[in-house]
Design a protein around this ligand. Structure first.
Ligand code: UDP
Length: 234
Protein backbone atom coordinates (compact mmCIF):
# COMPACT_ATOMS: atom_id res chain seq x y z
CA UNK A 1 0.00 0.00 0.00
CA UNK A 2 1.51 3.34 -1.04
CA UNK A 3 1.02 6.88 0.18
CA UNK A 4 -0.74 9.17 -2.24
CA UNK A 5 -1.71 12.79 -1.59
CA UNK A 6 -1.26 14.30 1.86
CA UNK A 7 -4.72 14.81 3.26
CA UNK A 8 -4.02 16.40 6.59
CA UNK A 9 -1.05 17.33 8.75
CA UNK A 10 -1.54 17.60 12.48
CA UNK A 11 0.85 18.27 15.33
CA UNK A 12 2.10 14.71 15.69
CA UNK A 13 0.89 12.88 12.58
CA UNK A 14 0.34 13.19 8.85
CA UNK A 15 -2.53 11.44 7.10
CA UNK A 16 -2.26 10.31 3.47
CA UNK A 17 -4.74 8.91 0.99
CA UNK A 18 -4.03 5.52 -0.58
CA UNK A 19 -5.20 3.78 -3.75
CA UNK A 20 -8.04 2.32 -1.65
CA UNK A 21 -10.56 5.07 -0.88
CA UNK A 22 -11.47 3.45 2.44
CA UNK A 23 -7.90 3.25 3.77
CA UNK A 24 -5.53 5.97 4.88
CA UNK A 25 -1.88 5.88 5.93
CA UNK A 26 -0.94 7.65 9.16
CA UNK A 27 2.68 8.77 9.48
CA UNK A 28 3.87 9.40 13.04
CA UNK A 29 6.19 12.41 13.43
CA UNK A 30 8.82 13.30 16.05
CA UNK A 31 7.34 16.79 16.52
CA UNK A 32 6.05 17.46 20.01
CA UNK A 33 3.81 20.29 21.13
CA UNK A 34 2.27 21.21 24.46
CA UNK A 35 0.05 23.88 25.95
CA UNK A 36 -2.06 24.14 22.81
CA UNK A 37 0.96 24.50 20.54
CA UNK A 38 2.74 27.21 22.59
CA UNK A 39 5.63 24.87 23.40
CA UNK A 40 7.25 23.14 20.44
CA UNK A 41 10.06 20.64 20.20
CA UNK A 42 11.22 17.30 18.91
CA UNK A 43 11.39 14.01 20.72
CA UNK A 44 13.88 11.82 18.91
CA UNK A 45 12.28 8.76 17.30
CA UNK A 46 8.98 9.51 19.03
CA UNK A 47 7.15 8.73 15.78
CA UNK A 48 8.67 5.27 15.65
CA UNK A 49 7.94 4.59 19.32
CA UNK A 50 4.36 5.92 19.23
CA UNK A 51 3.60 3.90 16.09
CA UNK A 52 4.85 0.77 17.88
CA UNK A 53 2.99 1.44 21.12
CA UNK A 54 -0.26 2.40 19.34
CA UNK A 55 -0.04 -0.74 17.21
CA UNK A 56 0.34 -2.95 20.30
CA UNK A 57 -2.51 -1.26 22.13
CA UNK A 58 -4.90 -1.21 19.13
CA UNK A 59 -4.23 -4.94 18.67
CA UNK A 60 -4.85 -5.56 22.37
CA UNK A 61 -8.15 -3.66 22.20
CA UNK A 62 -9.26 -5.44 19.00
CA UNK A 63 -8.51 -8.78 20.70
CA UNK A 64 -10.78 -7.64 23.52
CA UNK A 65 -13.71 -6.72 21.31
CA UNK A 66 -13.10 -2.99 20.73
CA UNK A 67 -13.45 -1.90 17.10
CA UNK A 68 -10.64 0.45 16.06
CA UNK A 69 -9.38 2.14 12.88
CA UNK A 70 -6.17 0.08 13.04
CA UNK A 71 -5.50 -2.17 10.05
CA UNK A 72 -1.76 -2.81 9.92
CA UNK A 73 1.68 -1.61 11.03
CA UNK A 74 3.28 -0.80 7.65
CA UNK A 75 6.73 0.51 8.50
CA UNK A 76 8.62 2.21 11.35
CA UNK A 77 6.51 5.36 11.13
CA UNK A 78 3.49 4.27 9.10
CA UNK A 79 0.22 2.66 10.08
CA UNK A 80 -2.60 1.67 7.73
CA UNK A 81 -5.99 2.73 9.10
CA UNK A 82 -9.63 2.74 8.08
CA UNK A 83 -11.03 5.99 6.75
CA UNK A 84 -13.38 7.51 9.28
CA UNK A 85 -15.05 10.82 9.83
CA UNK A 86 -13.50 12.03 13.09
CA UNK A 87 -16.02 12.96 15.79
CA UNK A 88 -14.89 16.42 16.93
CA UNK A 89 -14.55 15.39 20.55
CA UNK A 90 -11.56 14.62 22.72
CA UNK A 91 -12.63 12.08 25.28
CA UNK A 92 -10.58 12.28 28.47
CA UNK A 93 -10.52 9.32 30.83
CA UNK A 94 -9.10 9.86 34.31
CA UNK A 95 -8.27 7.37 37.05
CA UNK A 96 -5.96 9.58 39.12
CA UNK A 97 -5.86 13.37 39.39
CA UNK A 98 -3.28 15.02 37.13
CA UNK A 99 -2.86 17.86 34.67
CA UNK A 100 -5.75 20.24 34.17
CA UNK A 101 -7.94 18.41 36.70
CA UNK A 102 -5.58 19.20 39.58
CA UNK A 103 -5.59 22.90 38.64
CA UNK A 104 -9.35 23.14 38.10
CA UNK A 105 -10.42 21.50 41.33
CA UNK A 106 -7.36 21.90 43.55
CA UNK A 107 -6.84 18.15 43.90
CA UNK A 108 -3.31 16.99 44.57
CA UNK A 109 -1.60 15.27 41.65
CA UNK A 110 -1.68 11.52 41.98
CA UNK A 111 -4.84 11.38 44.12
CA UNK A 112 -6.82 8.27 43.25
CA UNK A 113 -10.30 9.26 42.05
CA UNK A 114 -13.20 7.43 43.72
CA UNK A 115 -14.54 6.58 40.30
CA UNK A 116 -13.30 6.94 36.73
CA UNK A 117 -14.03 10.40 35.34
CA UNK A 118 -14.99 10.93 31.70
CA UNK A 119 -14.72 14.41 30.22
CA UNK A 120 -15.32 15.81 26.76
CA UNK A 121 -13.48 18.58 24.98
CA UNK A 122 -14.43 20.21 21.69
CA UNK A 123 -11.65 19.28 19.24
CA UNK A 124 -10.87 22.79 18.03
CA UNK A 125 -7.31 24.13 18.24
CA UNK A 126 -8.34 27.74 17.60
CA UNK A 127 -10.55 27.65 20.68
CA UNK A 128 -8.00 25.68 22.70
CA UNK A 129 -10.11 22.50 22.96
CA UNK A 130 -12.65 23.85 25.49
CA UNK A 131 -14.51 21.47 27.80
CA UNK A 132 -18.12 20.68 26.98
CA UNK A 133 -20.86 18.42 28.28
CA UNK A 134 -23.50 16.16 26.73
CA UNK A 135 -25.88 19.08 26.27
CA UNK A 136 -23.32 21.09 24.30
CA UNK A 137 -22.51 18.05 22.19
CA UNK A 138 -26.16 17.60 21.27
CA UNK A 139 -26.89 21.30 20.91
CA UNK A 140 -23.93 21.82 18.61
CA UNK A 141 -24.67 18.67 16.60
CA UNK A 142 -21.22 17.18 17.28
CA UNK A 143 -22.63 13.71 17.90
CA UNK A 144 -25.99 12.03 18.31
CA UNK A 145 -27.17 10.86 21.70
CA UNK A 146 -26.68 7.19 20.74
CA UNK A 147 -23.19 7.99 19.54
CA UNK A 148 -22.27 9.69 22.81
CA UNK A 149 -23.60 6.64 24.67
CA UNK A 150 -21.53 4.30 22.49
CA UNK A 151 -18.44 6.47 22.99
CA UNK A 152 -18.85 6.52 26.78
CA UNK A 153 -19.34 2.76 26.95
CA UNK A 154 -16.32 2.12 24.72
CA UNK A 155 -14.12 4.59 26.62
CA UNK A 156 -14.84 2.86 29.94
CA UNK A 157 -14.24 -0.59 28.47
CA UNK A 158 -10.99 0.59 26.88
CA UNK A 159 -9.97 1.98 30.27
CA UNK A 160 -10.57 -1.40 31.96
CA UNK A 161 -8.60 -3.28 29.31
CA UNK A 162 -5.68 -0.83 29.34
CA UNK A 163 -5.50 -0.57 33.16
CA UNK A 164 -5.30 -4.34 33.54
CA UNK A 165 -2.75 -4.79 30.74
CA UNK A 166 -0.49 -1.93 31.79
CA UNK A 167 -0.58 -2.94 35.44
CA UNK A 168 0.90 -6.29 34.50
CA UNK A 169 3.76 -4.34 32.91
CA UNK A 170 4.34 -2.12 35.94
CA UNK A 171 2.60 0.92 34.47
CA UNK A 172 -0.11 2.93 36.19
CA UNK A 173 -2.61 4.43 33.72
CA UNK A 174 -3.27 7.83 35.28
CA UNK A 175 -5.32 9.40 32.48
CA UNK A 176 -5.58 9.47 28.69
CA UNK A 177 -7.32 10.98 25.69
CA UNK A 178 -9.28 9.12 23.02
CA UNK A 179 -10.75 10.12 19.70
CA UNK A 180 -13.47 8.28 17.84
CA UNK A 181 -14.58 8.16 14.21
CA UNK A 182 -17.60 7.17 12.15
CA UNK A 183 -17.19 4.53 9.46
CA UNK A 184 -19.09 4.56 6.17
CA UNK A 185 -21.79 2.46 7.85
CA UNK A 186 -22.11 4.97 10.67
CA UNK A 187 -20.43 2.75 13.22
CA UNK A 188 -18.40 4.44 15.97
CA UNK A 189 -14.86 3.07 16.20
CA UNK A 190 -11.74 4.11 18.10
CA UNK A 191 -9.37 6.29 16.02
CA UNK A 192 -6.27 8.49 16.52
CA UNK A 193 -3.52 6.97 18.69
CA UNK A 194 -2.80 5.64 22.17
CA UNK A 195 0.74 6.56 23.18
CA UNK A 196 2.75 8.44 25.81
CA UNK A 197 1.72 11.59 23.88
CA UNK A 198 -1.89 10.99 24.83
CA UNK A 199 -1.65 9.07 28.12
CA UNK A 200 -0.14 9.76 31.51
CA UNK A 201 1.80 6.64 32.41
CA UNK A 202 3.55 6.31 35.75
CA UNK A 203 5.82 3.53 36.95
CA UNK A 204 3.74 1.61 39.51
CA UNK A 205 6.64 1.18 41.92
CA UNK A 206 8.27 4.64 41.81
CA UNK A 207 5.55 6.87 40.26
CA UNK A 208 8.19 7.99 37.76
CA UNK A 209 6.55 9.68 34.76
CA UNK A 210 7.02 7.82 31.47
CA UNK A 211 5.02 10.14 29.20
CA UNK A 212 4.80 13.56 27.55
CA UNK A 213 4.72 15.35 30.91
CA UNK A 214 8.54 14.92 30.86
CA UNK A 215 8.51 17.18 27.77
CA UNK A 216 5.78 19.53 29.02
CA UNK A 217 7.61 20.14 32.28
CA UNK A 218 11.22 20.05 31.00
CA UNK A 219 11.99 17.09 33.24
CA UNK A 220 14.67 15.62 30.96
CA UNK A 221 15.01 11.98 29.87
CA UNK A 222 11.98 12.39 27.60
CA UNK A 223 13.12 9.82 25.02
CA UNK A 224 14.06 7.45 27.84
CA UNK A 225 10.50 7.60 29.21
CA UNK A 226 9.01 6.68 25.82
CA UNK A 227 11.65 3.96 25.34
CA UNK A 228 10.73 2.44 28.68
CA UNK A 229 7.07 2.26 27.64
CA UNK A 230 8.11 0.54 24.38
CA UNK A 231 10.27 -1.88 26.37
CA UNK A 232 7.42 -2.79 28.70
CA UNK A 233 4.49 -2.88 26.28
CA UNK A 234 5.99 -4.04 22.97
N1 UDP B 1 -4.49 14.99 26.31
C1 UDP B 1 -4.11 14.84 24.99
N2 UDP B 1 -4.36 15.86 24.12
C2 UDP B 1 -4.95 17.02 24.48
C3 UDP B 1 -5.34 17.17 25.83
C4 UDP B 1 -5.10 16.14 26.71
O1 UDP B 1 -3.59 13.80 24.61
O2 UDP B 1 -5.15 17.90 23.63
C5 UDP B 1 -4.25 13.89 27.27
C6 UDP B 1 -3.12 14.21 28.22
O3 UDP B 1 -1.88 13.69 27.74
C7 UDP B 1 -3.53 13.52 29.48
C8 UDP B 1 -5.06 13.53 29.44
O4 UDP B 1 -5.41 13.75 28.08
O5 UDP B 1 -3.09 12.17 29.46
C9 UDP B 1 -5.71 14.57 30.32
O6 UDP B 1 -5.19 15.83 29.95
P1 UDP B 1 -5.44 17.17 30.78
O7 UDP B 1 -6.84 17.61 30.61
O8 UDP B 1 -4.94 16.98 32.15
O9 UDP B 1 -4.63 18.24 29.97
P2 UDP B 1 -3.11 18.67 30.00
O10 UDP B 1 -2.71 18.78 31.42
O11 UDP B 1 -2.42 17.58 29.25
O12 UDP B 1 -3.17 19.97 29.27
Amino acid sequence: MEKLELLYEGKAKKVYKTSDKDLYIVEYKDDATAFNGLKKGTIMDKGIMNNKISTELFKLLEDNGIRTHFVKHLSEREMLVKRVEIVLLEVLVRNYAAGSLTKRYGIEEGTRLDCTVLEFCYKNDELGDPFLNEYHIKAMGLAKEEEVEAIEKMALKINDILIRHMNEKGINLVDFKLEFGRTNDGEIILADEISPDTCRLWDTATNEKLDKDRFRRDMGKVEEGYMEVVRRLC
